[in-house]
Design a protein around this ligand. Structure first.
Ligand SMILES: [Zn+2]
Length: 156
């Protein structure tokens, strides 16, 4: 780290401690050339993740929004809200693993459904009816059928 005062390139760390509840590291540095002391913060770089919506518009990924959708789908179902929060965290992790700066809302729906299918069938169906925008009753019934077949496969 360059000295801000004399631009000497090799400054020394004299103290290092966690900051911002452990999300950052605060370092006191000293320039051996001119004696100037200064502070740096090191924190994880989080690149914003953008969502391309069905109408083509773009917005920043919002975990709260996904959570609200899940909570609505899980209404009156025996699902704890922290379970849904875990789903949101897992979906965000999966999305970031893609390494893309933009994802479609379809992908987010698919990922969330993948986890919901292990939690609750009714919530899964409600959520998929919102996310998949079923064009016809036939497609919706086909989807239900797949769930039933999938369940029977798991049980047999
Ligand atoms: Zn200096």
């Amino acid at each position: 780290m360059q000295c801000p005062s004399c631009q000497y390139n090799d400054t020394r760390v004299v103290d290092s401690r966690p900051a911002d509840d452990g999300r950052a590291i605060r370092r006191r540095r000293e320039c051996p050339h001119c004696g100037t002391r200064f502070t740096t913060f090191e924190r994880l770089e989080t690149t914003p993740l953008f969502v391309i919506k069905n109408d083509g518009s773009r917005e920043e990924f919002n975990g709260d929004k996904l959570l609200r959708g899940l909570v609505r789908a899980a209404e009156k179902r025996p699902i704890k809200s922290d379970r849904l929060m875990l789903v949101v965290g897992q979906v965000e992790k999966d999305l970031r693993k893609l390494g893309e700066s933009e994802v479609t809302s379809q992908i987010i729906g698919e990922y969330a459904l993948k986890y919901l299918s292990d939690i609750d069938d009714i919530a899964y169906i409600r959520f998929s009816s919102v996310y998949k925008h079923f064009d016809s009753v036939e497609i919706f019934l086909k989807e239900l059928q797949d769930i039933v077949i999938d369940k029977e496969d798991k049980e047999s």
